[in-house]
Ligand binder design. Structure first.
Ligand SMILES: O=C(O)CCC(=O)C(=O)O
Ligand SMILES: [Fe+2]
Length: 469
């Protein structure tokens, strides 16, 4: 609370130090298993495959969504191999515990909810299960079962190290986020900082952009290595997005509200997690400036940590539970993020899923970063969503863009709301307005009239201008 109160006040008389992403942070649940029938199913499988270790049996059962029959079929193909199934998996993906769904012949189900409308006969499987964390390591499994894709060893080694060193030097000056949880001011258990590509843009950010009702003081110019890497991230993300559209979306078409243009990163949040207990709770990233169906390129450096994702549903079972309890009730997927991996969060992510960095029980120190993990999330701030254009609430402040995630009747609809409702120490004005976007995710005021006039002029056929000579 002290750090919240003591921070310098901003230009406008609003609460200090905004939380950039409005995430109610709750500790991630333990992976405890309390399903009695699992033991029974495991005993059945053990009697069929006496030579197979129980962790392998459990993996197969999990990957088969608890179906003993499916697990048995999958195990049949795996145990007929000379090497032990776990060894085989470990050999395929490196050291440590690995769960690979593809090695159990589980057909991928699309992670895209729009794909449920597709004519594809593939029946969707519920992979996650109550109280469980399903660990995915291989890029194939990750893209088939979550709205993310991953590229391991993304940068040349020296370049990844150079970026890591540069950001490690800045990290001690990063600050914790504050956010509001059930009327209490909390601090996010990690530090972070916001970067944009020029001093001019940093100035604009500090004075014009509002994060949860307030301007932000510490906006920095991207470091030279960040800018160098940004071009590579841009290229890789655009390739991945096109591939995802082609291979996973209904009829190979982009989603409604997804931008048809190339993704151009122009801003980045850098997160620092120092030690195993630093984390970020389940949240969806705020859409206010990145718009609907946003894409995020997230580069991990230093200590490997676990990125957890879960689909947002309105579960009957855990209706009133908090996020941690919900994740426990619905199951979650853990994606291992090693040093120098690029995770692409695709267009389905922010509206339909939540993500977190779970606290770790232990970490493997990294030779350069020691106990620290640095994460750079490259984002594309849309000019059309600059606060000069977006609706203002009754407090006179540009509003926040949210998507209805749970309520069935309005799920997927966007709304503009008063920031202040979510800001510690402030009473909001309860402003609410449905947000409209065209199919390409642009608001009704875009392009502005001046720009429309200009493009009308440039599109005017030459013969009509009377100037053709
Ligand atoms: O550290 C990460 O990988 C995720 C960070 C994150 O969720 C965010 O910056 O919004
Ligand atoms: Fe996030």
């Amino acid at each position: 609370m002290d750090s919240f109160v003591s921070r310098k006040r901003q230009r406008i008389s609003l609460p200090p130090k905004a939380d950039f992403r409005a995430r109610p942070t709750t500790p991630a649940p333990d992976d405890n298993v309390d399903d009695e029938s699992t033991d029974y199913k495991l005993a059945l499988l053990a009697s069929l495959y006496p030579q197979t270790s129980s962790p392998t049996l459990l993996e197969a059962l999990l990957a088969s969504n608890g179906s003993v029959e499916d697990a048995s079929q999958s195990l049949k193909s795996v145990v007929n191999d000379d090497a032990s199934p776990r060894k085989k998996l470990a050999a395929a993906y490196g050291k440590g515990y690995q769960t690979s769904l593809s090695s159990f012949n589980i057909r991928p189900s699309s992670s895209c909810s729009d794909a449920t409308d597709s004519k594809s006969p593939t029946k969707k499987r519920q992979l996650t299960k109550r109280g469980r964390t399903l660990h995915l390591y291989s890029p194939e499994d990750i893209e088939a079962h979550t709205p993310c894709s991953i590229i391991h060893n993304f940068l040349p080694e020296e370049e990844a190290d150079a970026l890591l060193r540069e950001l490690l030097a800045e990290a001690p000056t990063y600050q914790k986020d504050t956010f509001k949880l059930f009327d209490k001011v909390c601090e996010s258990p990690h530090t972070m900082c916001f970067y944009v590509d020029s001093w001019g843009e940093a100035q604009r950010q500090k004075t014009e952009y509002i994060y949860n009702g307030s301007t932000v003081e510490d906006v920095r110019k991207s470091t030279p290595e960040m800018r160098k890497v940004s071009g590579k991230v841009k290229e890789a993300v655009n390739t991945e997005v096109q591939r995802r559209i082609k291979e996973y979306y209904p009829d190979g078409k982009k989603l409604k509200y997804q931008s048809p243009h190339d993704w151009e990163p122009n801003a980045a949040f850098v997160n620092c997690y120092d030690g195993p207990s630093e984390n970020v709770g389940y949240h969806s990233d705020q859409l206010t400036y990145i718009g609907p169906r946003a894409i995020i390129g997230s580069l991990s450096l230093g200590v490997a940590r676990e990125f957890r994702v879960r689909r947002v549903k309105s579960p009957k079972r855990a209706k009133k539970a908090d996020d941690a309890a919900r994740a426990d009730a619905e199951g979650q997927i853990a994606i291992h993020l090693p040093h120098n991996s690029l995770l692409v969060m695709h267009a389905e992510m922010q509206e339909e899923w939540k993500h977190s960095i779970a606290p770790a029980q232990a970490i493997d120190p990294h030779p350069v970063a020691r106990s620290k993990r640095i994460n750079v999330t490259y984002r594309c701030y849309k000019e059309s969503l600059h606060p000069r254009y977006t609706p203002k609430c009754k407090c006179g402040i540009p509003t926040v863009l949210r998507c209805v995630q749970r309520k069935k009747e309005n799920r997927g609809r966007y709304m503009w709301m008063c920031h202040v409702n979510y800001t510690p120490g402030m009473e909001g004005c309860s402003f609410f307005q449905w947000a409209e976007f065209n199919d390409d995710g642009e608001p009704p005021w875009w392009p502005p009239k001046e720009q429309q006039d200009l493009s009308d002029k440039s599109n005017t056929p030459v013969a009509n201008t009377g100037s053709a000579t």
